[in-house]
Design a protein around this ligand. Structure first.
Ligand code: ATP
Ligand code: MG
Length: 276
């Protein structure tokens, strides 16, 4: 019923609550100025009110985990931030710029927001290397030589440089997802959105992707991650946003949220996913 069970990943040990690092221990820790600002945002699909007066700010260098029941609007929020979905009213700004409605300006601003989906979404008929170089060449106007060099560095960083000449279908799910992360990074985004990046993966491949995400977080990348991976949230997130029925119901540090949720809806949600 709750499509995505929490996974207790072995890499995070037995998940006994550990002392949080200074960066994650206090919700007032803000690493930088506002980068993504979502203000009074509403969105309907027909009669369905899927985003209800959403307000949130993600600061530069912050890692925010979005969690909540299926259908609560997590993906719609991510897609709205990247303008893959329109909004009915309210404002979303990226680094001070409101998202343009269309055209070249939108392509450029969208390039500031890297996006990684559950289903990888690699271009099936292009090699791994071409998947990573396409955006920088087409949107950023980078030369093929420079794009290839940068792409190989990124593929190295996510541990799949030796797969560069292969087609996506020849890779495992975990490898494909790491290529998708490299592809998002190739555009030098200001923020990267990952929507359930590990939930389509076989268990043994989850950790290799989480490790890449944790390193990214440690490197200071601003990240918005929809995930039920509590290990990741505890280890890497500055903040957890809990959504239910289109609303942000709770915002807290991972420690606070998982050990002492405030709202009845969060308590109910956590009890269900923990019992899973
Ligand atoms: N294109 C669409 N047209 C109509 N309704 C939609 C569309 N996309 C999403 N919805 C509805 O909007 C609501 C929010 O969907 P959304 O995908 O954002 O939820 P979610 O929190 O990401 O869920 P999940 O955990 O299952 O991924 C759901 O009720 C969904 O059925
Ligand atoms: Mg979703």
């Amino acid at each position: 019923m709750w499509g995505h069970p929490v996974r207790w990943s072995p890499m995070f040990g037995d998940m006994e609550p550990t002392a949080p690092s200074p960066a994650t221990s206090n919700i007032s820790v803000r690493r930088g100025e506002p980068l993504v600002v979502v203000k009074d945002v509403n969105k309907h699909f027909g009669e369905l009110h899927v985003l209800k007066n959403i307000n949130s700010v993600v600061n530069r260098g912050e890692v925010v985990v979005v969690i909540g029941p299926s259908g609560s609007g997590k993906s719609t929020l991510c897609r709205a931030i990247n303008r893959l979905e329109t909004i009915d009213d309210g404002i979303i700004t990226i680094d001070g710029h409101e998202l343009p409605k269309e055209g070249k300006a939108l392509a450029h601003l969208r390039a500031d927001v890297g996006m990684v989906f559950q289903s990888f979404n690699l271009f099936a008929h292009k090699t791994v290397l071409e998947n990573v170089t396409l955006g920088p060449i087409k949107v950023r106007g980078m030369s093929r030589k420079d794009a290839d060099k940068r792409a190989m560095e990124l593929l190295e960083r996510v541990g799949v440089a030796n797969q560069a000449k292969k087609m996506p279908a020849q890779l495992s799910g975990g490898q494909q997802q790491r290529v998708a992360i490299a592809r998002a990074l190739a555009m030098d985004p200001k923020v990267i959105l990952l929507d359930e990046p590990t939930s389509a993966l076989d268990p043994e491949m989850i950790n290799e992707v989480l490790e890449v995400m944790i390193r990214l977080a440690e490197d200071g990348m601003t990240m918005i991650v929809v995930t039920h991976e509590m290990g990741f949230a505890r280890k890497a997130a500055d903040r957890v946003i809990f959504m239910a029925e289109g609303e942000i119901v709770e915002e807290a540090t991972p420690e606070q949220f998982f050990t002492n949720p405030q709202s009845a809806r969060a308590k109910d949600f956590l009890s269900k996913i923990l019992a899973h």
